[in-house]
Design a protein around this ligand. Structure first.
Ligand SMILES: Cc1cc2nc3c(=O)[nH]c(=O)nc-3n(C[C@H](O)[C@H](O)[C@H](O)COP(=O)(O)OP(=O)(O)OC[C@H]3O[C@@H](n4cnc5c(N)ncnc54)[C@H](O)[C@@H]3O)c2cc1C
Length: 503
């Protein structure tokens, strides 16, 4: 019977980063991935020769010395990544339904202040104050800054509402909206999302913003190579259904086909609730599971992936975020179904084929799982294809047309450039990622109960650990840092952080 040092459930970024670090330290790691393609939200797919991302549209913090740069450098993948720096003066552009102006968000704090002050000339001091606060909050998270210091001191931003903070800065409602305008990056909700989430996410993009050329799956591919070079393996099409405890430790992961995979340690990259559903043991307290199940997940999304006619639509090196009304910016997840869509984001795909024309773009709009509940009993992935039926196709077509109509109000004529489009719904995310509701970013953070939404990588079973976007923070940066926290259970914390900082 083969016994691995570490068995990892899921090859999302969290699982891949843990496997790479533990592989470097001599552990023999085996990742079990239920899908045909590794990477979880890093997966890409190709339609009519155009590459689309499922869950990575841009990355932050990739200049030398910045956090993601150092982590990727340490992991040994940085030099092989195909990256494109986004527009220095407008990595994000905010559009408002009740305003014709385009608000440009620039990279680099000085540039950010300079450009935004041009749109809000009387508010420069407010913008400066906002930037100082973002930087101050980031400093309070030592690991985010790759420093080995005690983790949680008293951090006010844990218990501050992002919306209330931004509104306290100024009476200028437009500026308030612009400062919170890319809150789709963390599915921000007014009266709920803590300020630290906003700060850690937004700061990384202001520091530097990048697109992956030809898709984010390259991150998974490169990590896969590293994992193999350390003697690890990734087994695809292996869905774990049970994690069986005997004598106080998990002994093996049982797959859908009955196969058992033995290990000394187990790390789950699946959602903690789904992980607990797999655990066969009475060691996990009922109260813990009830607590996990009581935590709300962030909203899901609908994506319309557009294939443009050849050499027809210009490539734009900025992302767009739109909200129908600047007063609704913190309320978009609570849209009325009959009014949908009221907000959207547009991400152009960076392709090695052309820097002049876009071959594809993704339109993204929030969608609650309840909208696709009529098809909850269906399951469809490339590995397990099944037709969800005509009504579902019609639902997707109708929603896509509504979204394109709204996007056209800001991108007149866009429709004429569309060759074809492909729609992903909350069901696509549910089936590919293995969550219950297709949530984009997993467990939603809440400033009124911040500690409840931090999930420890440890469980009551000493050799079962957790990793991924539900531990600490989502996003490529958040998940990479969360993976470090999981790895601290195996490797010396100070040594690892020092190595990353000095990579
Ligand atoms: C639409 C969208 C856009 C996004 N855009 C960005 C962006 O622009 N920038 C950014 O930084 N972040 C973005 N994110 C967030 C980012 O992609 C995620 O936070 C991150 O990739 C999650 O990584 P993870 O480690 O939690 O694993 P996940 O991606 O959640 O993967 C989990 C893996 O576990 C596998 N698994 C689950 N259950 C089992 C089982 N029983 N057996 C075997 N395998 C199993 C799944 O198949 C999957 O491969 C976006 C997310 C979404 C949804």
């Amino acid at each position: 019977m083969e016994k691995h040092d570490v068995v990892i459930v899921g090859s999302g970024l969290g699982g891949l980063v843990c496997a790479t670090i533990l592989g470097m330290r001599g552990y023999k790691v085996c990742i079990l991935e239920k899908n045909k393609q590794i990477g979880g939200n890093l997966q890409t797919f190709v339609r009519e020769k155009v590459i689309f991302d499922s869950g990575v549209h841009y990355l932050g913090g990739l200049l030398p010395g910045q956090n993601l740069y150092q982590i990727f450098k340490f992991l040994g993948i940085l030099d092989d990544l195909k990256l494109q720096r986004m527009d220095m003066d407008a990595f994000d552009i905010f559009l408002l339904g009740n305003d014709d102006k385009e608000y440009r968000i620039a990279q680099g704090y000085d540039n950010f202040i300079e450009k935004l002050s041009q749109d809000f000339p009387g508010e420069r001091h407010v913008i400066e104050q906002y930037c100082a606060k973002m930087l101050e909050i980031c400093e309070q998270f030592p690991l985010y800054r790759l420093r080995d210091e005690s983790y949680f001191e008293k951090i006010d931003a844990l218990e501050m509402d992002t919306k209330a903070y931004i509104e306290s800065l100024t009476d200028n409602e437009k500026l308030q909206a612009v400062l919170g305008g890319n809150n789709a990056l963390y599915a921000g909700v007014g009266g709920k999302t803590p300020l630290y989430v906003h700060a850690l996410v937004v700061n990384s993009y202001i520091e530097s913003s990048w697109r992956c050329v030809d898709g984010g799956s390259q991150i998974a591919r490169l990590l896969n190579k590293k994992i193999r070079s350390y003697g690890g393996e990734i087994k695809r099409n292996r869905k774990v259904v049970k994690l069986v405890e005997e004598g106080g430790d998990i002994q093996y992961a049982e797959l859908e086909n009955g196969e058992k995979v033995y290990g000394k340690y187990f790390i789950s990259n699946a959602h903690p609730v789904n992980t607990m559903d797999m655990v066969v043991s009475d060691k996990i307290r009922h109260a813990y599971i009830t607590r996990l199940k009581s935590l709300e997940n962030s909203i899901s999304t609908l994506l319309v992936n557009i294939v443009f006619k050849k050499d027809s639509y210009p490539y734009i090196n900025s992302n767009y975020y739109y909200c129908d009304d600047h007063r609704n910016i913190w309320n978009e997840t609570a849209y009325k179904v009959e009014d949908w869509p009221t907000s959207f984001a547009v991400f152009f795909s960076a392709s090695s084929k052309s820097e002049v024309y876009a071959d594809g773009a993704t339109l993204m709009a929030y969608m609650r799982y309840e909208e696709v509940a009529p098809w909850a009993d269906t399951f469809n992935t490339v590995g397990h294809e099944s037709d969800r039926g005509e009504l579902y196709k019609e639902f997707k077509r109708r929603k896509a047309e509504l979204l394109i109509d709204l996007v056209e109000t800001k991108f007149p004529g866009l429709r004429n450039h569309i060759h074809s489009y492909y729609v992903a719904t909350p069901l696509s995310f549910r089936d590919y990622i293995g969550t219950d509701d297709g949530s984009m970013y997993g467990i939603a953070k809440d400033y009124t109960a911040p500690w409840k939404t931090f999930i420890s990588p440890r469980t009551k079973i000493p050799n079962l650990l957790l990793t991924g976007q539900n531990i600490n923070l989502h996003g490529i940066l958040g998940v990479s840092v969360s993976a470090l926290v999981t790895c601290f259970e195996f490797v010396d914390r100070k040594e690892l952080v020092d190595e990353i900082r000095n990579a």
